[in-house]
Design a protein around this ligand. Structure first.
Ligand code: NAD
Ligand code: ZN
Length: 350
């Protein structure tokens, strides 16, 4: 779990105080900031001291192991060691920050650690500050990376942030579509966690609260306001806590294949898949479609048109590799229920 959590409008202003006890001599704090904020006001509010540095992270594509390795190597060359890595951005930047922190102390390439509990050494101090709400990356024990052979997280007890600062003001004015897709990531986390076989009371408690907040935001309200930002930030947190002790399910397992082959981004990819999962989550899909309609958002279709057999196989391989997700969704005998042929039919519908 994340050890320290600050929540509230304007809490970003406490960052200097929060970081002060974490500084180790001259070693700088490195602020990885979402490139969306380059030239905007937010970087001017970052409390730089001494050799501290802001690095704008290009998240046009989701984080790659190569990008993590290059960034951590660059920091080692420039500073030797750093006091901490602070990720300020959406899920992509937060994942990048977590991974770079781990690679400051662990040998080899981040690709060596894609899997479960392969990281053996704590990273440098790391803090996460979301500017989009929904992924739960601020609380999760994973950092999702696309590597040479797979899209898979560095899942470990060393992966969660040491500190998060949840300031809903930072998410104001995110583009409507982006906010919806990332918000739906949270909604889908709830459905997959609550309907999964791994569910327990811990996950259910958080999942139900997050689901209720999503319903208020995306179904009950008629327009977006500051209260929606406040609520979605807590929904993201609670949804992330829910899957931390359970797992995601079919939408994520299938969406990983799309993003590995086609580079489809996580939030929209999940939506594209969720649109076709009536068989697995009938109530969830019905409600999801109502949310799409109410918010007037377009979910892309036909993205797998014209793909070759080889390309379908690649997606199926990536998806079938997500064993814990399938087991959570369909039970221990999931391999009897989800075959390569069935998965192919599903991908063809997308
Ligand atoms: P994102 O971080 O990929 O950002 C999407 C776009 O929004 C980018 O162009 C970014 O520059 C922009 N953006 C960010 N903040 C903004 C703001 N306040 N206003 C305007 N634009 C802004 O999107 P995301 O949906 O938050 O994150 C998706 C990523 O999170 C994927 O890489 C996915 O793999 C990862 N993820 C991780 C976990 C985890 O547990 N670690 C869980 C789910 C998803
Ligand atoms: Zn997700």
């Amino acid at each position: 779990m994340v050890s320290y959590v600050v929540y509230g409008r304007g809490s970003f202003n406490q960052l200097d105080e929060i970081l002060a006890p974490q500084r180790k001599g001259e070693a700088p704090m490195i602020f990885l900031v979402d490139h969306f904020f380059e030239g905007k006001e937010l970087p001017e509010r970052v409390p730089l001291r001494g050799k501290d540095k802001i690095i704008f992270a290009d998240v046009t594509y989701e984080p790659k192991t190569k990008q993590v390795d290059a960034l951590s190597q660059q920091l080692k060359n420039e500073f030797g060691t750093v006091s901490g890595i602070i990720g300020i951005g959406g899920g992509s930047v937060m994942d990048l920050a977590k991974a770079v922190s781990l690679m400051m102390t662990n040998p080899g390439s981040s690709a060596d650690y894609q899997g479960w509990d392969l990281v053996k050494v704590a990273g440098v101090y790391k803090a996460g500050i979301p500017t989009l709400s929904g992924t739960g990356a601020e609380v999760s024990r994973t950092t999702v990376l696309t590597g040479p052979t797979r899209k898979l997280g560095m899942n470990s007890d060393f992966t969660p942030f040491d500190q998060i600062v949840l300031d809903p003001e930072l998410t104001a004015n995110a583009p409507i579509n982006q906010r919806f897709y990332t918000g739906m990531d949270c909604y889908i986390h709830c459905i997959e966690s609550l309907q999964g076989t791994y569910i327990n009371e811990f996950s259910r408690s958080y999942g139900e609260k997050a689901l209720q907040l999503c319903q208020q935001i995306f179904l009950e309200k008629n327009s977006w306001d500051a209260d929606s930002d406040d609520k979605l930030m807590m929904a993201s947190y609670a949804g992330g806590m829910s899957i931390a002790y359970s797992q995601v399910g079919v939408a994520h397992a299938v969406s990983y294949g799309l993003s590995y082959l086609l580079g489809t981004k996580h939030g929209v990819g999940n939506c594209i898949v969720m649109n076709h999962l009536e068989q697995y989550y009938p109530d969830g899909v019905k409600e999801f479609k109502a949310m799409v309609e109410k918010n007037g958002v377009e979910i892309p279709a036909g993205i797998c048109k014209g793909l070759t057999d080889e390309q379908f196989d690649t997606m199926i391989n990536v998806s079938m590799g997500m064993k814990p997700l399938w087991e959570n969704a369909l039970g221990k005998d999931w391999e009897k229920k989800m075959t390569r042929e069935k998965l192919r039919v599903l991908y063809e519908k997308l």
